[in-house]
Design a protein around this ligand. Structure first.
Ligand SMILES: O=c1ccn([C@H]2C[C@H](O)[C@@H](CO)O2)c(=O)[nH]1
Ligand SMILES: [Zn+2]
Length: 150
């Protein structure tokens, strides 16, 4: 079995943020707002079963930020993830082109989107779509959609 630890960076390390932004076509301001909006969204999670809050923030090509949080259900598979909530909200608001998504949890390691979310994103975003994953401390990993889970 191959084990590959995901490289994480600190969002307080300007050089690391700059490098990540340059690689994924984001401005540092966009990076900061994505982080801030995803953290705010996390507080709106409905997760009485797992108690695992997840926040997401999508950035559209037109510069709008759309938030999502996980919404659980007593019948567990009926619940949905933060990423899919954000994408559904965005699509309903008429957005079709997306620049990046940020996902944040209270975990001490960045969490990567599940297979259903990756499939859902793939419907609207290409394989180079940047996925920013923040942990509780603001450390982050970033991958293209085509690299997540690969
Ligand atoms: O990237 C992720 C990972 C998990 N969850 C949610 C699903 C469930 O509500 C809870 C525990 O898995 O976290 C997300 O929203 N996004
Ligand atoms: Zn998911």
């Amino acid at each position: 079995m191959e084990s590959s630890a995901v490289q994480t960076y600190s969002s307080t390390n300007a050089a690391q943020v700059e490098a990540a932004c340059a690689l994924h076509g984001l401005t540092q301001d966009e990076f900061r707002v994505l982080h801030r909006e995803s953290v705010a969204a996390k507080e709106l999670a409905y997760c009485p079963y797992s108690k695992f809050q997840v926040g997401a923030a999508l950035l559209t090509r037109l510069g709008k930020y759309i938030a999502g949080a996980n919404m659980e259900n007593a019948s567990y598979p009926v619940g949905t993830c933060a990423e899919r909530v954000a994408l559904a909200r965005a699509h309903m608001d008429g957005h079709r082109d997306f620049k990046a998504i940020a996902v944040v949890t209270n975990s001490t390691l960045p969490a990567s989107p599940c297979g259903m979310c990756r499939q859902f994103m793939r419907e609207f975003c290409d394989l180079s779509f940047p996925v920013l994953m923040f942990d509780a401390n603001g450390d982050f990993a970033v991958m293209k959609l085509g690299e997540v889970g690969a």
